[in-house]
Design a protein around this ligand. Structure first.
Ligand code: CDP
Length: 273
């Protein structure tokens, strides 16, 4: 740790972090499904200062064709950071970091999508980071997962991304930018909530085994919370309010006119209606 890092106070005397959170607390997360009309499925996630858009196409014929697999679908992911997403303008286009993130995210989704149902096709997943503030790969996985579900691609469960790390000697959930820059470790992961299966796990820095266990426990617990937000976003996307339901219903047919019969009144034999 360098001199600058020593000067940054990340945990104060009452155990709070520099953004006021306790070690086990997440940043605010908002998820919306179906935000783009051209894509087969889409989602938008705001997670602390991160803003990520995900769009999904497919399963569709895989291109380039030589990549096609005769027995299953491919999952082709592209994680991209907009040039304006970070404080110093990021050079547009892929780089080593974004290629690596795209690869590990593709592998994560390949283990949950029912690929064998769609031979020779590709599920194309685009993740655009519009604003970055640490934890973008987790926000991108979380958004992409909702977008894949929105596209109707069959998969075993949604996937949730979440990270924990170590800051000022304390294990903390969901590191912010300063914590990511000046903390001791960051462990992003992706989990399948229904089975608890880990489909992505990376680590930057060092943790003792007991710290690693604590970090995993924080992330797994937070993943349940985030999974609820994902499901809620999908429910909101597909539930129709009564007003919307009425608006799309064809107008009720006019009641048919009753056939007219003569009514004979027994008590008034002369009166026929
Ligand atoms: O975003 P994530 O934590 O998944 O990945 P990272 O490589 O650990 O990057 C941490 C943070 O550094 C990003 O979220 C961005 O805020 C920032 N960053 C940056 O400012 N410029 C880059 N070229 C890459 C990352």
């Amino acid at each position: 740790m360098g001199d600058t890092e020593k000067k940054v106070k990340l945990i104060d005397s009452d155990g709070r972090r520099n953004d006021g959170r306790m070690p086990h607390e997440l940043r605010p997360v908002k998820i919306e499904a179906g935000v783009l009309h051209r894509a087969d499925g889409s989602a938008y996630v705001e997670w602390g200062g991160n803003k990520v858009l995900a769009a999904v196409y497919g399963p569709r014929e895989a291109h380039p064709r030589h990549l096609q697999k005769p027995t299953r679908a491919l999952v082709q992911c592209r994680y991209n950071m907009a040039p304006f997403s970070v404080s110093d303008r990021k050079r547009p286009g892929p780089d080593r970091r974004s290629n690596e993130i795209s690869k590990v995210i593709s592998e994560a989704f390949s283990s949950v999508i029912f690929l064998e149902q769609f031979p020779r096709t590709s599920v194309d997943v685009y993740m655009e980071v519009l604003q970055a503030e640490a934890g973008t790969r987790c926000a991108a996985i979380t958004a992409a997962s909702v977008a894949i579900a929105d596209a109707g691609v069959p998969m075993r469960d949604l996937v949730v991304g979440c990270a924990s790390g170590k800051v000022g000697g304390v294990v903390c959930l969901d590191l912010n930018k300063d914590e990511d820059n000046f903390g001791e470790a960051d462990v992003p992961m992706a989990v399948v909530p229904r089975t608890g299966e880990i489909v992505l796990l990376q680590m930057d820095g060092h943790l003792k085994p007991e710290e690693f266990d604590q970090a995993m426990a924080y992330s797994l617990k937070a993943a349940e919370q985030i999974n609820e937000l994902q499901k809620d976003a999908l429910r909101r996307r597909y539930s129709v309010s009564l007003d919307e339901f009425r608006a799309v219903q064809p107008p009720a047919p006019e009641p048919e006119e009753e056939p007219k019969y003569d009514v004979y009144h027994e008590d008034q034999p002369g009166v026929v209606e």
